[in-house]
Design a protein around this ligand. Structure first.
Ligand code: AR6
Length: 180
């Protein structure tokens, strides 16, 4: 059984789920932990591009490069969603200030979702893989970004998809601390 935990934050359901970001068919958009060139790589980006098919890279090409904290939106191609929102997170210890850059990813992705009248969005733990951001501090930035986003209108469901049970546990705990 996948681990799942949620709470209500105003009009929005916030959820932590253990699983695979490419297998979230009930979400309007999934977020990609992208590279600046918006090309397939490892981790989340590799999984997203491989399930979306080559049309995603073709659509991404003219939108690249993006900067740390920036977000861009595309179609989802062969993924079971309407859109992919691509964010470039900071490389921990190199791109500074890393907490502001990571918060910008979440804020800009939520803003794009709202601008496109989306009702649901699923995030991976941006920057916590290849880019080396420690999970606890990353979880705090993620949920503080939700708390501080003051433009929820259409969004009713924000999901965080964590790869391991350990990561899920930590995100769940920080979600309760910051949002309940
Ligand atoms: N579903 C959900 N979470 C996942 C999945 C998945 N399928 N796969 C990995 N994770 P990363 P970053 C977790 O490295 O740190 C790429 O090569 C993983 O355990 O995907 O932002 C790009 O091309 C970790 O907690 O993203 C970039 O160059 C989190 O997702 C660079 O890595 C993020 O790991 C981006 O690095």
């Amino acid at each position: 059984m996948p681990m799942r935990n949620s709470l209500q934050f105003g009009s929005v359901k916030i959820e932590c789920l253990q699983g695979d970001i490419t297998n979230q068919p009930d979400m309007d958009a999934i977020v990609n932990a992208a590279n600046a060139q918006l090309m397939p790589g490892g981790g989340v980006a590799g999984a997203i591009h491989s399930k979306a098919g080559p049309g995603l890279a073709r659509e991404c090409k003219p939108l690249a490069p993006i900067r740390q904290g920036e977000a861009v939106i595309t179609g989802a191609h062969d993924l079971p969603n309407k859109h992919v929102i691509h964010c470039l997170g900071p490389v921990y210890g190199i791109d500074r200030p890393e907490d502001k850059l990571l918060a910008n990813c979440y804020r800009n992705a939520l803003s794009l979702a709202e601008a496109n009248a989306l009702q649901s969005i699923a995030f991976p733990a941006i920057s916590t893989g290849t880019f080396g951001y420690p999970l606890g501090p990353a979880a705090k930035v993620s949920f503080a970004s939700i708390r501080d986003f003051n433009a929820f209108r259409n969004l009713q469901h924000v999901r965080f998809v964590l790869w391991s049970e350990q990561d899920w546990e930590l995100f769940s705990r920080v979600m309760e601390e910051i949002l309940s």
